[in-house]
Design a protein around this ligand. Structure first.
Ligand code: ARG
Length: 459
């Protein structure tokens, strides 16, 4: 088959080279955006007189037909045609001849592929944002039912202080909120039009890039053709943003995997989201959560891939860049799949309140609040810390809780302790005392929940 670029060549391409250099096996998914980009380009060419309106209309209409055939799976991919851009252009030429041969006026595949990617990434990130909001909503939706549940909070995975269960849910909402902000921020750089940079230097033809930008909904036009030909920053930061989402999901998955163990016993996953063992009949394995944790590895690897790919590339387009899509598609598909499942797991998992409560008074979760009580009694913080440390030791030797120590015995360690200390001991008291802004106590968490409900309803 004659190549679109074959005019100066006197040898046919070695079939192994065709196989090695093709990208149609992974860039066919750019078909829709490639057509959108080409239609805008054709309309722009007509607006400056490089095409007649009739020619532009013929091109746009035929591209629509081609798009429909591709969507219906009626389009044959051929590796001799390299990539999605050549497939669509050659189909166009086959159908409308010389008019089709005018489409590539004032552009090259270099600015075309970059434009396609930006259009694709823009839609992809928008769908990630929707899924992230759904996941936040899942945490908020279950919060009313969990509003009275208190959980141990951990540092170093050791019991530390009690917090409301909803404080955990909203902690994840915060992380996903930052992810959504990052998505939005990426879009600022995605939304700069490359098309019209042509191969690398722009063109001597009177194209109107601002017109193309307007047609494609890009608020800005790239100002340096050399820069934008090689720019994949928008992909690198999009993949990084996806990787951080994957990392957040992975941390959540790990936490819930722990909570499902007999040792923790905090959570029961719905059967529909667990799998059994082929040999141990009693098993319910949290495979979905394990794979959400595991799949973060590939998204993290995708960040390495894109950065390593663009590191050390001279200006402007280099064929290495063809591999950029692999990293993005993989990161996007992986995070999309995780985010599609996560909300259902969040909505349908059940807290095992009896098991949680049975051990909630273990681990001296009230020690820090007892120390703060001493501070309110005029004891310097470091002294209070020391006193409570001694009381904890005493409890450990007696096998009791702080709330079970007789008042007189406490007073032997610190004469500032009075009978009202009982109102600071036990997790139920602690969560009513935690009151600072953003803390895990009952009231601040209630306020945060109301704020989250409003925030999600507004979006
Ligand atoms: N398939 C190529 C890619 O994805 C398209 C650009 C090819 N440009 C070129 N000069 N060969 O990067």
């Amino acid at each position: 088959m004659a190549k679109a670029w074959g005019g100066a060549f006197d040898q046919a391409t070695d079939p192994r080279v065709e196989k090695f250099t093709e990208s149609i096996s992974f860039d066919s998914r750019l078909a829709t955006v490639d057509i959108r980009g080409s239609q805008a380009h054709a309309r722009m060419l007509a607006s400056v007189g490089l095409l007649t309106n009739a020619e532009a209309a013929a091109i746009c209409g035929t591209l629509d037909d081609i798009g429909r055939e591709i969507a219906a799976g009626q389009f044959a991919w051929k590796i001799e045609l390299e990539d999605i851009h050549m497939h669509i252009e050659s189909a166009l030429i086959q159908r409308i001849g010389d008019v089709g041969r005018k489409l590539h006026t004032g552009r090259s595949r270099n600015d075309q592929v970059s434009t396609d990617l930006k259009l694709y990434v823009r839609d992809a990130l928008a769908s990630i944002d929707v899924l992230l909001q759904d996941l936040q909503q899942a945490f908020v939706d279950r919060s009313d039912a969990d509003i009275d549940v208190v959980l141990p909070g951990y540092t170093h995975l050791q019991r530390a202080q009690p917090v409301m269960a909803v404080h955990y849910w909203l902690a994840y909402c915060e992380k996903f909120h930052r992810d959504r902000e990052r998505v939005l921020d990426c879009l600022k750089r995605v939304n700069v039009l490359p098309l019209g940079a042509a191969a690398l230097a722009g063109t001597s033809l009177p194209i109107d890039r601002h017109k193309t930008a307007e047609l494609l909904g890009f608020p800005a036009v790239a100002a340096n053709s050399l820069d934008v030909s090689s720019d994949r920053d928008f992909l690198a930061e999009s993949i990084f943003t996806l990787s951080l989402i994957a990392v957040h999901l992975s941390g959540w998955a790990e936490e819930w995997i722990l909570w499902c163990t007999t040792e923790f016993g905090f959570l029961k996953l719905p059967d529909a989201y667990t799998t059994g063992s082929s040999i141990m009949p009693q098993k319910r394995n949290p495979d979905v959560l394990e794979l959400i944790r595991g799949k973060s590895a590939r998204v993290i690897a995708d960040v390495q891939q894109i950065l390593t790919l663009i590191k050390g590339l001279p200006l402007a387009y280099n064929r290495d860049l063809q591999e950029d899509k692999l990293a993005f598609f993989d990161a996007y598909d992986t995070v999309f799949a995780c985010l599609e499942l996560a909300p259902a797991v969040v909505r349908r998992a059940a807290l095992r309140v009896d098991t949680i409560n049975a051990r909630l008074e273990e681990g001296f979760l009230d020690a820090t609040t007892l120390m703060e009580y001493l501070i309110t009694q005029g004891v310097p913080m470091r002294t209070g810390h020391e006193v409570v440390g001694q009381l904890v030791r005493l409890c450990e030797s007696k096998g009791c809780k702080l709330a079970e120590l007789p008042l007189a015995e406490m007073q032997q360690h610190c004469d500032k302790i009075t009978a009202d200390v009982s109102g600071y001991l036990g997790t139920a008291n602690v969560v009513t005392r935690l009151s600072s802004y953003g803390s895990g106590g009952r009231e601040p968490v209630r306020k945060q929940l109301e704020a989250w409900k409003l925030r999600l309803a507004r979006h």
